[in-house]
Design a protein. Structure first.
Length: 263
């Protein structure tokens, strides 16, 4: 190789090294924090079962997601379905109504029924243990713009809670759904795919109720709560949902106030 050619080659190699170094530095630089441009909400409905070996990972992921969300409007609801119960282990939190809700989403979304399945705002679905897909779905949901909002205040009297609701915006045909949620539980599974495992659960939907919204967009509904209900271990979540499409437009937690006046 001639001296002039060698010098040219060395110069080009140096330029390549400088360029690569710059590119690598740019890729390694910290990412800018995600910007939430909308006023959207993220209602995460996980269909799960103690009988499903793939479900504990989704339960853990969603519990972490909710904790990491902080004060963002992210609401996690875990519905334990009953169609796994005949396969070796009966999930004590399961119910037929939970399964029916999942099948209704299958119709809305033209999707398969499986566990762990996560439905986001009644409009999209993904595998509940897919961390990348879940994070992306939440980000997109929070960046939506909603013209609806709902506030809920509750007053407990024994095993009945009076929930005052007020809707801002045009609710149209939306319904008010209210879920009674147990925040945490631990189960010792003795048989089935998870036999021998200790499972931790979060945000277990024990019951949910469906109400028509009054014409003036406010009113009071009565929600049964279990005898063990308390503000530390339980919560009540409500949301506005379109019954024809399944789309969820607003959601919030019930603020407990035993002195609130009823409408």
């Amino acid at each position: 190789m001639k001296p002039k050619t060698i010098i040219t080659f060395v110069a080009l190699a140096a330029l390549v090294l400088i360029t690569v170094s710059f590119v690598n530095k740019s890729c390694a630089s910290p990412k800018q924090p995600e910007v939430v441009a909308g006023n959207g909400i993220a209602v995460l409905e996980l269909f799960t079962s103690e009988g499903c070996s793939s479900c504990p990972a989704a339960d853990a992921l969603l519990a972490h997601v909710q904790e990491a969300a902080g004060d963002k409007p992210v609401y996690y609801l875990a519905y334990h379905v009953d169609y796994w119960d005949r396969l070796g282990w009966k999930d004590i939190f399961s119910s037929r109504r939970n399964s029916e809700r999942q099948y209704q989403y299958s119709s809305y979304l033209n999707a398969q029924v499986y566990t762990p399945q996560l439905v986001i705002n009644g409009q999209t679905e993904c595998i509940g243990s897919d961390a990348v897909a879940v994070k992306q779905a939440i980000h997109e949901a929070l960046n939506q713009t909603s013209g609806l909002a709902v506030t809920l205040q509750g007053r407990q009297q024994g095993q009945l809670m009076h929930v005052n609701y007020a809707v801002t915006g045009n609710a149209g045909a939306d319904r008010l759904l209210v879920a009674v949620v147990q925040k945490q539980a631990i189960s010792q599974v003795k048989r089935g795919e998870n036999g021998g495992r200790t499972l931790k659960h979060a945000q277990i939907v024990q019951q949910f109720y469906d109400f028509k919204i009054a014409r003036n967009n406010q009113g009071t509904v009565e929600v049964p709560v279990p005898a063990a209900f308390n503000a530390q271990e339980w919560e009540v979540i409500g949301w506005l949902q379109q019954p024809q499409t399944g789309a969820i437009h607003a959601a919030t937690r019930v603020v407990l106030n035993n002195t609130v006046a009823l409408y």
